[in-house]
Design a protein around this ligand. Structure first.
Ligand code: CP
Ligand code: NVA
Length: 331
């Protein structure tokens, strides 16, 4: 029987079965083909969606806008600070208002509880565009990118996450690995591991999918035989600026270097959700270089720019996969 996700919210991958994730990936591939061949797919004409951002964004915002417009939807963007939400109007009231005007709501913000509450009160599908805990739409793009880069497709690859392994992206990567049978290795200092409860849940899921979940503090051990090495920035949105010094000290040994990539499989790829501090061409990157003398943070520029890097393919796939989520839940 064909899967039906109509009316569902997309809040975290723990809510979806491996078959449902597979369905969204297959749909993403269809949409990618249509986009690349110029085949119109305005299947959602007459629908309207709203994008609520309480944190900044390039990829997620643009992916939702382009995906929504390609599907024929009306799209409204509310930037951080330009809606009443949280300041003059409760989340509950905002959700009830938006649910009466729009067919779907994207939300990027702080606690996971907020996006869950918007879904509960609005009565329309809500899509999580990143919270402090999870970034589920990113994962669909990441898994699609892995599929596209290995002739075997998704096939129990060894997937290594280096760095702040308790952030939103790392949490979600661990969940998707557990659901789809990847061998996930979180490589990080002890105090940057995900919550014990989430690790336990993922270990149980991995036991069913033929994957595994492991942690190590040793980058060389993690990189050995890796198929994918992934990293993210060391300080996430919403964290205080004064944490940079501590993080740099803790995470410098976990920078993805050429030397580390050489320990991985010959065909290994490098991935990053972006944005990335791989040089000093950003205000933050320049400031960190001035304060701490660090010119490349989570990844060396040579790796970011290397033939093994798939970061821009991954970024493009955000749009195709987000289109699949909008379509599957609204059509
Ligand atoms: N990867 C990602 O979510 O990027 P943005 O913050 O630019 O949306
Ligand atoms: N962990 C990062 C991801 C950005 C896409 C953050 O939350 O800032």
């Amino acid at each position: 029987m064909a899967l039906n996700l109509r009316g569902r919210s997309f809040l975290k991958l723990l809510d979806f079965t491996p078959e449902e994730i597979r369905y969204l990936l297959d749909l993403s591939k269809e949409f990618k083909k249509m986009k690349l061949s110029g085949t119109p797919h305005r299947y959602l004409e007459g629908k309207n969606i709203v994008l609520l951002f309480e944190k900044t964004s390039t990829r997620t915002r643009c992916s939702f806008e382009v995906a929504g417009m390609d599907l024929g939807c009306g799209v409204t963007y509310l930037d951080p600070g330009s809606s009443q939400m949280g300041k003059k109007e409760s989340i509950e009231d905002t959700a009830r208002v938006l649910g009466r005007m729009y067919d779907g709501i994207e939300y990027r913000g702080f606690s996971q509880q907020i996006v869950e509450e918007i879904a509960e009160k609005s009565g329309v599908p809500v899509w999580n565009g990143l919270t402090d805990d999870f970034h589920p739409t990113q994962m669909l793009a990441d898994v699609l990118t892995i599929e596209e880069n290995f002739p075997t497709g998704l096939n129990h690859q060894k997937f290594v996450f280096m760095g702040d392994a308790r952030n939103n992206v790392a949490n979600s990567l661990m969940v998707v690995s557990a659901k789809l049978g990847l061998h996930f290795v979180g490589c990080c200092p002890k105090d940057l591991k995900p919550k014990a409860e989430l690790i336990e849940t993922c270990k149980e899921l991995a036991a069913q999918s033929g994957g595994s979940i492991n942690f190590t503090e040793n980058p060389n051990e993690a990189a050995k035989d890796a198929d994918v090495i992934y990293t993210d920035i060391w300080v996430s949105m919403g964290e205080p600026d004064d944490i940079w010094e501590k993080r740099i000290k803790e995470l410098e040994p976990y920078r993805v270097t050429k030397e580390l990539m050489a320990k991985a499989n010959k065909e290994a790829i490098f991935m990053h959700c972006l944005p990335s501090f791989h040089d000093t061409q950003t205000a933050v990157g320049a400031d960190i270089a001035k304060k701490f003398g660090v010119t490349e943070m989570e990844v060396e520029d040579a790796v970011f720019e290397s033939d093994q890097s798939r970061v821009f393919q991954e970024a493009e796939n955000r749009m195709h996969t987000i289109k699949a989520v909008i379509y599957a839940t609204l059509a």
